[in-house]
Design a protein around this ligand. Structure first.
Ligand code: BES
Ligand code: ZN
Ligand code: ZN
Length: 492
């Protein structure tokens, strides 16, 4: 899919389809009015199907230079913003795909509260993400006609600025698609080695430094958490260390959970809970993708990414409830449940982060089923020991439409994970009381002292069954734009 930006006068426009926007007052712009021969557009705007609600969409056949005219409503003017515009672009793209169009023009007349550059960016992001599909293993593609080109036709405002925005969007979506593809990839086709190879290829492209540790090195470093979780798998683990240093000062360390497939281990998941567990490496993919995006955008930041990558399976050597594992920083973990594996591998990564003397640490993990229950698919859970860090993340999430909700983390939660055989236990109560919070409390035990830290539980937002306003079903790419926006705010 290619997005191009042009400035062709409305009267000279020749195309299969053009998308025009109206607000809920259904007022036509001067340009749109000029196409209202025989009052066909006015008639459409009067139908009861086209109420003018956000994303109401319909079309008429003009049989003129523009063959089909698509109308979409931006909804209420007071509510309209850049995130809504991205959704409009996605909706228009899906509609055009439904019409089997191979290209369309989007008529750009500028928006009051959105700069041309930002509008160009969110529009192009929407067109590209709206077109995204993961169909590489289908011999017969469901889309026989491919929507291959969207033209933003700038009739008001700066073509150059819109173009700059669209260029940024191309870089952003390239990285989002890298992450989405990796998460959508079937579990047996993305063992730790494959994930490492893909990460290396991307880092090479963006000139980002990456070190990949094999099992021997992980053992030597004393990361029994990673080794323990990996023990039930025939595929050896990897530990990724990604570094992009383009600014003075201590780095922000980003940590991602990289469970390639989570069967639950010996305490096996019920069949229906296991179905989408290929997505359990979303945190790792997001961290690698986001850091590469920062490099591709030439951001002036200093950032390190850490990702333990392994399967959680049931092989003959699998770790067991009752096991005690010694992690990188010397603390021991008593295994209460083999399905609470994410925090066990993250413990090693958090411990290791101290070597970078981080200014702050953010981990991203599909960590608990309870966060899905608590927050649904619109919010990731945010746990933090630092107000400033939390605020910057919340604001970044609002800005990019990747929302976070502040969750409780109190000393009681830490009490609940105290171990008997080991320093900490990887589950709170077996009934699962506050289990997203006890998971966070567990992670907190491994955060280097006096270091601002935030944990994002993305179990619900990383992978969805029903399309939402921006993402189709499957991997959403949640968190990539959020991390980039966060870095802009926190590091400047
Ligand atoms: N990977 C899962 C959490 C998950 C659930 C991710 C749903 C995506 C969607 C995690 O490893 C897990 O199994 N957590 C358990 C922990 C429990 C055993 C304490 C959970 O939340 O049920
Ligand atoms: Zn699990
Ligand atoms: Zn898991």
């Amino acid at each position: 899919m290619e997005v191009t930006v042009k400035s062709v006068k409305a009267a000279d426009l020749k195309c299969d389809a053009a998308v025009f926007c109206v607000f809920d007052d259904k007022k036509m712009s001067k340009i749109l009015e000029d196409f209202d021969h025989h009052s066909m557009i006015s008639a459409l705007l009067r139908t009861k199907e086209f109420k003018g609600d956000f994303k109401d969409i319909d079309h008429i056949h003009l049989h003129q230079n523009i063959k089909k005219l698509i109308l979409i409503s931006l909804g209420k003017k007071v509510d309209f913003n850049a995130n809504k515009l991205r959704e409009i672009a996605v909706a228009a793209t899906r509609y055009a795909k439904g019409m089997k169009l191979t290209s369309f023009h989007f008529i750009y007349e500028g928006y009051d509260k959105i700069t041309d550059e930002e509008a160009g960016q969110v529009l192009a992001e929407g067109f590209i993400l709206g077109e995204y599909k993961f169909d590489k293993y289908l011999a017969k593609k469901p889309d026989d006609t491919e929507l291959s080109n969207v033209i933003i036709n700038v009739l008001q405002g700066s073509q150059k600025s819109v173009e700059n925005g669209a260029k940024t969007a191309e870089i952003v979506t390239d990285h989002m698609i890298f992450v989405k593809d990796l998460i959508n990839e079937p579990p047996s086709r993305k063992g730790p080695e494959v994930i490492a190879e893909r990460a290396i290829a991307l880092c090479k492209k963006n000139k980002v430094k990456i070190n990949v540790w094999d099992k021997k090195k992980i053992e030597k470093e004393g990361m029994e958490g990673v080794i323990g979780v990996n023990a039930g798998s025939v595929k050896e683990p990897r530990f990724l260390v990604v570094e992009y240093n383009n600014a003075p000062g201590n780095p922000i360390v980003l940590i991602g959970k990289g469970i390639v497939f989570d069967s639950g281990g010996l305490q096996l998941k019920p069949w229906n809970y296991m179905l989408d567990m290929k997505d359990d490496m979303s945190g790792a993919a997001t961290v690698v993708g986001a850091i590469n995006l920062m490099a591709a955008l030439n951001m002036k930041v200093n950032v390190v990414g850490l990702a333990p990558v392994t399967e959680n399976l049931t092989g003959g050597n699998a770790y067991k409830p009752g096991d005690v594992l010694k992690t990188y920083n010397g603390k021991t973990i008593e295994i209460g449940h083999t399905d609470a594996e994410g925090r066990v591998v993250l413990a090693d990564a958090l411990g290791y982060s101290r070597n970078f003397k981080p200014k702050a640490i953010i981990d991203m993990a599909t960590l608990t089923g309870a966060i899905v229950v608590a927050l649904g698919y619109e919010f990731a859970g945010l746990f933090s020991n630092d107000d400033k860090l939390r605020r910057a993340l919340l604001e970044a999430g609002k800005h990019t439409d990747e929302q976070l909700w502040h969750m409780p983390l109190i000393p009681k939660h830490t009490e609940m994970i105290k171990g008997k055989l080991g320093d900490v236990k990887n589950v709170g109560s077996t009934e699962g009381a506050a289990s997203s919070s006890t998971a966070a409390a567990f992670l907190q035990e491994f955060v280097p002292e006096k270091t601002p830290w935030a944990h994002l539980d993305i179990a619900a937002t990383a992978f969805i069954k029903e399309p939402n306003g921006v993402s189709g079903e499957g991997a959403t790419g949640y968190g990539i734009r959020l991390l980039v926006e966060f870095m802009k705010r926190y590091c400047n």
